[in-house]
Design a protein around this ligand. Structure first.
Ligand code: ATP
Length: 249
């Protein structure tokens, strides 16, 4: 049984370097951090501080040069580092949802087909009651047969959020999920991420530049130069804005 103190994700001594010599860039420098289960964590930091790299490594979409990432879910504990691509694909399907700034929907598929894609790929039966709940909550019921190009940006992101929620992954990653949205659509997406945590005990980790968005989380991790520069519990937008100015963003 997981308690809220159990980390859903544990990262230890992650290093990543691009290039070499004078041109070397270090998006991750001996970075260690825990992300508690059933909590909403936002990640902020100056441009180039390593936020997206960290998210991709935690989600098994990219690999670190060394260090360890361990995922704990109701299915058990898995060390992602060291898995081959096939094993990683399986873990991502079973336990991880990802929401991108640019939605990343399959253009030839309808909204419904996009939403059900991860569940179908995993070979799992769709929980129709939960699916209906998500669709109703997202106001997507009359958009399900539309393809992405027939949807507004806000609607496309709602489809992407539904896709990440419906298979009920233990951890949902979101990289600037509100970056392309107007304020109303952005608030809606953030509300849904909160619901995933508060009602469905999922773990959410979200990268954002927006202090107001970040303040919706239970905790904010501040990155600077590939390292954890600090964490703020129950952050407020003004606290985060001040911290970012201090970090030089
Ligand atoms: N594939 C790559 N090849 C070379 N350098 C890379 C690559 N991906 C990222 N970097 C570099 O690694 C550093 C960290 O990038 P990352 O995208 O993780 O930062 P970030 O904090 O998410 O930035 P932003 O807020 O601008 O999105 C940057 O200096 C970036 O240029």
């Amino acid at each position: 049984m997981m308690t809220e103190l159990t980390p859903a994700l544990r990262a230890r001594d992650l290093n990543k370097t691009y290039g070499s010599g004078d041109a070397a860039v270090h998006p991750l420098r001996s970075l260690s951090i825990d992300f508690p289960a059933a909590r909403f964590t936002s990640v902020m930091g100056p441009s180039g501080s390593g936020k997206s790299t960290l998210l991709h490594v935690l989600a098994g979409l990219d690999t670190a040069d060394d260090g360890e990432v361990t995922l704990s879910s109701p299915r058990g504990e898995t060390t992602l580092t060291g898995l081959n691509e096939k094993q990683l694909t399986r873990v991502r399907r079973e336990s991880i949802g990802f929401i991108f700034q640019s939605y990343n929907l399959v253009p030839a598929m309808t909204a419904e087909e996009n939403i059900l894609l991860p569940t179908n790929l995993g070979g799992d039966a769709v929980d129709r009651d939960f699916y209906q709940q998500v669709i109703d909550r997202l106001g997507l019921a009359d958009r399900l047969s539309h393809r992405p190009f027939e949807l507004s940006g806000g609607q496309q992101q709602r489809v992407a959020v539904a896709r990440a929620l419906v298979s009920r992954p233990a951890v949902i990653f979101a990289d600037e999920p509100t970056g392309n949205l107007d304020q109303t659509s952005g608030a809606e997406v953030l509300g849904l991420l909160r619901t995933a945590v508060d009602e469905f005990a999922q773990t959410v980790i979200m990268v954002t530049h927006d202090a107001n968005a970040a303040a919706q989380a239970d905790r904010t991790v501040l990155l600077a130069d590939g390292r954890v520069a600090g964490t703020i519990e129950n952050p407020t937008a003004s606290q985060l804005a001040a911290a970012l100015i201090e970090a030089g963003s």
